[in-house]
Design a protein around this ligand. Sequence first.
Ligand SMILES: [Ca+2]
Length: 360
Amino acid sequence: MEPDSGAERQDVVGKFTKAVSQQKFLKMALYGAAGSGKTLTSLLFAEGLAAISKKRIAYVDKGLEYPLNLITGWLAADRLESLEPGSQSTAEVLRLVRQVNRCLEAAPRLWQRSIMEDRYSTDWYKAGGRPMIIGQWVSHCQNASLTAVADLAASGATTDQAYSDLLAELKGTDVETILRVHRGELDGEPNLLNNGSFESTEGTEGEKPSGPGWTSEGTPPGWGTWKIDAGKGRLYLDAGKAHSGTLSAALEGGDCTCYIATVPVEAKKHYVAWAYAWAEKASSDRKTTLEVRWQDEKGKWFNGGLNTSVETRHPGRWERLVSPVAAPEGAARAVVLLVVYDMPEGERAWFDDAAFVAVP
Ligand SMILES: [Ca+2]
């Protein structure tokens, strides 16, 4: 490749040169049914390669556990969501709910075992990989389970022994916590968020975390706000639409705009965040979400693999978004975010009655 500029031609633009191999990796994958001999074949290859190269072979046995679990859970949740209510046998629905929840329950343990404790895993993975995608996975699996359980209840399955057995199995899981929140069983627990009802307007202008883009515009006491683009989006307290009292926290337009509250937590303790949200519209690229992230004692973002994100699915009405979380080891604070993504100018969403409580 050379510049086509006559007399001024200079060799300043790179020319093609003969390719030189700079990396000497061989990546291979073997597919096959369980028990068909993939491991044995791989070890035979390894033995041969070790003999030829006179080097040692590193054998990684666990690295796939975590991604396989993600795929299994996602596909089972997809299958659950594709079932028409009442069209399938209760047994099939129960089987899929069990499978999805096994994956949900196993994810943190498999993350620890096959990512954090794997000496061949990269720092990128260990820092959380793509935390938004993990949050979406959790939310997808939880939503599919909850919808299926609610459909079963609506179809009269609540008298079935199999349904009772399933609820007993879900005891102590995040899905059960969400069901309890929807039944109002945790409404009386102390709210660790200050001014979750957005009724207070006096005193401070709220927490003001430092950093570019922070803004105090419309900041209610107890909350901070953030915009990815300072010129887009508006945050304000709205007396025109409230889930409780007279005020709610409104967002109008913006690429990524949010209300933020920070709560001290105890590691390993179980908490649940919820908020009522009213979105004028909802789609995959225009989201209104409740999210939970973590900070360590120095205020640094922490352990992205355990972020959560729950989005509105029913625009045009108040919808309770619920996100159960367990504070990871080393986390000092939970960060609760009420967010809108890619909202066109003039379009609005409201949040009210946000809470963060310890699960009793
Ligand atoms: Ca309110």
